[in-house]
Design a protein around this ligand. Structure first.
Ligand code: HEC
Length: 117
């Protein structure tokens, strides 16, 4: 593995390690992706709706999150389609997860996250 300098530009594709707060750009991208694809069901800022569960109350491990969002989830009449072939979602699952994780920890509040200068 190649060591990356502290000043290296942050790429959205870099996975955030557990326990680490993702870079502001990653979280902001996750917020934007969440708002384009998820918020009409899961509510503003991940809080849930009458139709779909909150995504910030009982956070899932990334592997489970990834599986559900790629393949979808069906429980009786409660159905979410998979986003595995959606080019606006599938490449950005880490970013969306990082955003939701930041909501869970309180690193990011409601509304649009502000990237650090
Ligand atoms: C059309 C509405 C709809 C959209 C859009 C949608 N979901 Fe869902 N989602 C649901 C429903 C309904 C469930 C519950 C499915 C079940 O009960 O099995 C669910 C479940 C989930 C779960 C599992 C929650 C848990 O605690 O078990 C995750 C994670 C999730 N969605 C993430 C996302 C993400 C990320 C997006 C955007 C890329 C998204 N969803 C878009 C309706 C939606």
């Amino acid at each position: 593995m190649v060591a990356v300098g502290a000043c290296a530009p942050v790429k959205a594709e870099q996975p955030t390690q557990p326990g680490e707060v993702a870079a502001p750009q990653v979280i902001l991208n996750g917020y934007r992706r969440y708002n384009s694809a998820c918020n009409h069901c899961h509510g503003p800022d991940g809080v849930g709706s009458t139709f779909a569960p909150s995504l910030i109350e009982q956070p899932l491990p990334f592997a489970r999150f990834e599986q559900i969002v790629r393949d979808g989830s069906v429980t009786g009449t409660s159905v979410m389609r998979g986003f595995g072939d959606d080019p606006n979602v599938s490449p950005y699952l880490r970013d969306i997860y990082a955003y939701l994780e930041a909501r869970v920890t309180g690193a990011v509040g409601r509304g649009r996250p502000t990237p650090a200068p």
